[in-house]
Design a binder for this molecule. Structure first.
Ligand code: PAP
Length: 326
């Protein structure tokens, strides 16, 4: 397999310099408009390496999301389901001693450095392999879209997603974030300018695919998962063809899984209270409020009106809509 040489990496740096760029909330000095999405600088090389070098296996599982839509929660739930046979004890589970982001990695992140070693460790991972990604469906490597691997996508109402991203950006190390005002960041968000955005094409890419290929993409909403976690976790179990589906009848397995991954449980675990992820963001900041409708405390009436219209216009005719209040 041909790996990125220093020369290739330089070519990619040069390519990045030719792309339209904007300041974003976090993820590097800039967002670069690449393949119709705003790729944060720190992910650029990793995205290209992912597209060029990743080899999917038919039993791979991907957790896909727009940032701040419930990735951490979905990673935890999917990890517990996929590894049910391997880690059946809820008293001694890896999620009690590791943050979900440490257990489920994004190839676009890990392949941004030490490509050769990282590819080797990916190919040696215990199967089924579980990954995450923020890349839009249309930019996923063909090896993923054309193989039988499965994708679970989570989206969240864009009001709360924006507020969650805004709050997160104020807490990460300043070298990785920008001092945009709330209003400036909101204007950019309205125009689709945020990491891996526009948010509407991100959601719609996976939404449309979930309709065309329901066995390939399971589409979840954060709000639905909050409202009826048991129902949607059972959908995940069925979608993944997990043995939990056969074993769970008359047991509390599903409830135990849900409790282990619940906001309150995860937020209060020692492992999630201190320390950094990738030396950039404190782990505790991945667990803020975990509520539906917190946006109401942030938006002015004119912002609400403007953003509601944009959401309606962008999603019109798609069949995708959101509950925005709890
Ligand atoms: P990421 O894209 O950076 O990985 P992501 O996990 O998608 O972030 O989003 C973080 C949001 O999920 C936070 O929302 P908030 O800012 O509105 O509070 C976080 O609190 C919420 N979250 C994290 N873990 C859970 C969980 N176990 N259950 C419910 N919500 C959660």
């Amino acid at each position: 397999m041909a790996l990125a040489s220093g020369k290739q990496a330089n070519e990619e740096n040069e390519l990045m310099l030719t792309l339209p760029k904007e300041i974003g909330l976090y993820g590097g000095p800039y967002l670069h408009l690449f393949q119709d999405f705003w790729c944060p600088s720190f992910y650029f090389q990793g995205v290209i390496n992912f597209q060029k070098h990743f080899l999917a296996k038919d039993n791979d599982v991907f957790v896909a999301s727009f940032p701040k839509s419930g990735t951490t929660w979905l990673k935890a739930l999917t990890f517990v389901i996929v590894n049910h046979q391997r880690f059946s004890s809820f008293e001694n589970h890896p999620l009690l001693s590791s943050n979900p982001h440490e257990l489920v990695s994004a190839p676009e992140f890990i392949l941004s450095h030490d490509l050769h070693d990282q590819l080797l460790s990916l190919s040696n991972m215990t199967e089924p392999r579980l990954f995450s990604t923020h890349i839009p469906f249309s930019s996923l490597p063909k090896t993923i879209t054309e193989s039988n691997c499965k994708i679970i996508y989570i989206c969240r109402n864009p009001f709360d997603t924006f507020v969650s991203a805004w709050e997160f950006s104020t807490k990460i190390k300043s070298v990785f974030s920008h001092a945009l005002t709330f209003e400036e960041a909101f204007e950019k968000y309205c125009n689709g300018i945020s990491g891996f955005g526009p948010w509407w094409s991100h959601m719609l890419g996976y939404w449309n695919e979930s309709i065309t290929r329901p066995d390939k993409v399971l589409f979840l909403k954060y709000e639905d998962l909050k409202e009826d976690t048991v129902f949607h976790v059972k959908r995940m179990v069925e979608f993944l063809g997990s043995s939990v589906a056969r074993e769970e009848e008359g047991t509390t397995v599903i409830e135990n899984m849900i409790n282990l991954c619940s906001f309150e449980k995860m937020k209060n675990l020692e492992v999630n209270k201190s320390g950094y992820m990738h030396n950039v963001a404190e782990k505790k900041n991945f667990f803020r409020k975990g509520k539906v409708g917190d946006w109401i405390n942030y938006f002015s009436p004119s912002m609400i009106e403007k953003f509601s219209k944009i959401i309606e216009e962008k999603l019109s005719g798609s069949g995708l809509s959101f509950k925005v209040h709890s």
